[in-house]
Design a protein around this ligand. Structure first.
Ligand SMILES: Nc1nc2c(c(=O)[nH]1)N[C@H]1C(S)=C(S)[C@@H](COP(=O)(O)O)O[C@H]1N2
Ligand SMILES: [Mo]
Length: 311
């Protein structure tokens, strides 16, 4: 039966259509022959990972990169330092069951599974520009949980000024951790107002399906106005702190990677210019936008700060 729907439902119908198309693309990328994918009636009826997905009003309008680009060109040093290695090696990561420890300066310290987090903060589809520090960028249709709702549920104390995000530390599942490329586990952090900003999400999926391991399954941070390294993957701990957390890359190379890491074309990385970027799949470089194109929404968070000093 055809039920009249309110106008805001239209975007979710579009989402469902894309979902079907993208699942097909996914099966092709996964090596399932197109014939098999198309004859499988069950494909259309297959339950989606996120049945009630809604497109967020905060989505970028740019066309997304392909699933193949997003899942085969990754930075995830726990599975190798080469961009192709995470896709080859991340299958050893076990993402079910997965518990996240929430602690530090909060009234409701607890361990929760990802399904519980989704009840605190229902998933939405959001398309974001992801800008990596090594001058490449992608546009990714994430499925994300607004982080603010999770923070509110955890009920930070008045002393909580920052949040620290810690990746799983298990060399048996993450073979790259047996080499001392970084001081494991990978740690990232945000100031509380950055973490509370509506653009900030914990991603649990992309292209309508659960997150591939190489993209940080089952839960990874996405802060679209910052360089890629801020977006910690496969998070097991969210700790609220009074002091600014010591983060992996700023410990490894303090002169190159700061705590803030706001995309800033005016400040060069000591070893390369950050003025232009190559969108993955394109040939000609494009100028990089301040705050990765999100200046209107986030520049005010940093008013009065010298962003050359707080890079
Ligand atoms: N745990 C962990 N998180 C990480 C990294 C990493 O090596 N380990 N690399 C970061 C960097 S440098 C980038 S650019 C992004 C890449 O995310 P993507 O592979 O999903 O595009 O993940 C970030 N998160
Ligand atoms: Mo990066």
């Amino acid at each position: 039966m055809l039920i009249r729907r309110p106008p805001d439902i239209q975007s979710s119908e579009i989402t469902e259509r894309n979902l079907y198309l993208n699942r097909r693309q996914f099966l092709v990328a996964a090596g399932v022959t197109l014939g098999a994918a198309l004859t499988g009636e069950s494909l259309l009826a297959a339950p989606t990972a996120f049945p009630d997905l809604r497109k967020s009003v905060l989505s970028a309008s740019e066309p997304p990169n392909s699933l193949r680009e997003i899942t085969t060109y990754n930075n995830f040093y726990e599975f190798g330092t080469d961009k192709a290695e995470p896709a080859q090696n991340a299958h050893t990561l076990v993402t079910h069951p997965w518990t996240v420890r929430i602690d530090g300066e909060v009234k409701r310290a607890q361990s929760v599974d990802v399904a519980t987090l989704m009840r605190w903060s229902p998933p939405e589809e959001r398309i974001y520009r992801m800008r990596c520090v090594e001058a490449w960028s992608m546009v990714i249709p994430w499925v994300g949980l607004p982080l603010a709702a999770i923070i509110k549920h955890a009920a930070p104390t008045s002393r909580a000024k920052y949040i620290e995000f810690t990746t799983l530390n298990d060399p048996k599942q993450m073979p790259g951790q047996s080499r001392a490329v970084l001081d494991w586990p990978y740690v990232e952090g945000l100031r509380m107002d950055e973490a509370m900003h509506p653009l900030t999400i914990l991603a649990v999926g992309l292209y309508g399906d659960t997150l591939p391991n190489q993209n940080g399954a089952p839960l990874r941070l996405v802060v679209p106005w910052k360089y890629g390294f801020k977006n910690g993957k496969s998070i097991v701990r969210i700790r609220f702190t009074e002091q600014q957390p010591a983060t992996s890359w700023s410990k490894a190379a303090p002169g190159e990677y700061g705590f803030y890491a706001n995309v800033n074309p005016a400040v060069d990385h000591p070893r390369w210019s950050q003025a232009k970027e190559r969108r993955l799949g394109e040939f000609i470089k494009r100028p990089t936008l301040p705050f990765n194109g999100y200046a209107e929404q986030v520049a005010s968070l940093y008013s009065g700060m010298d962003l050359r000093k707080f890079y």
